[in-house]
Design a protein around this ligand. Structure first.
Ligand code: MG
Ligand code: MG
Length: 248
């Protein structure tokens, strides 16, 4: 069941989203060679709590941290540990927080210092795919239009879109209906309506689309060891078109 949000509720979610964007901007300055994933997790949690919000992920289905920390070939859901970032890495970080009962969810892949041309292209393509998906979030469009637009950008770049993980509705719960695949056929699926709020979040690999779950039962890596990137925004479908609630 898709829970539509009123304009007042969307304003509350926009406040949560604005705070999340501030947290992410602050984190962006801390992401550099030498910093450990655990240190970044602690910084993010402190930054969220200082702003009167609570991390969405901490304790979610038993997840032990406030951010997902997924470097290089890791796709999503990495548990932050003592590993340190180094020059040339890419680092996918997924952040969620709760303000007055409303969730916001956003992810970025950061270059750590100078990265390879392949990594730079991956980050560009994933952001372009996210923008193309968001542009389709309008009343009257179908959900398949979103996935189709995202997949089109990725296919044209000769990269692959991850299948096992998808975007989702969001509101009083972190994950609500509908599921929002990053692939699909235009003109298919439910018709989007004013008041839907969704997380659009393409995950893109430079190699094949297949992934593998790590032994910790959380971290997901590319099956072939290729690089992976992840960008995500929380987006409201409004009469005026898409509104990005987590815009920086
Ligand atoms: Mg997320
Ligand atoms: Mg999400």
């Amino acid at each position: 069941m898709i829970v539509k949000k009123t304009p007042e509720q969307i304003e509350l979610m926009a406040r949560a989203g604005k705070i999340l964007a501030e947290v992410i901007r602050e984190m962006g300055q801390a992401i550099k060679p030498g910093v450990s994933l655990k240190e970044l997790d602690e910084m993010a949690e402190r930054s969220m709590r200082l702003r009167g919000t609570v991390p969405s992920f901490l304790g979610y289905r038993g997840f032990p941290a406030s951010i997902c920390a997924s470097p290089n070939e890791m796709v999503v859901h990495g548990i932050p540990d003592g590993r340190r970032l180094k020059e040339g890495d890419i680092f996918s970080a997924d952040f969620g927080l709760i303000l007055e009962g409303w969730h916001a969810d956003s992810a970025y892949t950061f270059p750590v210092g100078e990265v390879s041309a392949e990594a730079r292209k991956l980050l560009e393509v994933t952001q372009e795919a996210l923008a193309a998906g968001i542009a389709c979030c309008r009343p009257g469009n179908r959900l398949g239009d979103v996935g189709n637009a995202i997949q089109g950008v990725i296919d044209r770049a000769g990269m692959s879109v991850v299948r096992e993980f998808v975007g989702h509705g969001i509101g009083r719960s972190l994950h609500e209906d509908p599921q929002v695949p990053n692939y699909g056929k235009a003109g298919r699926g439910p018709v989007m309506e004013e008041g839907w709020v969704m997380c659009i979040e393409p995950m893109v690999n430079t190699g094949g689309w297949q992934t593998r779950l790590l032994d910790d039962q959380w971290g997901v890596v590319t099956a072939d060891g290729s690089l992976s990137a992840h960008f995500e925004h929380t987006v409201a479908v409004t009469a005026d078109g898409p509104r990005i609630l987590t815009a920086l």
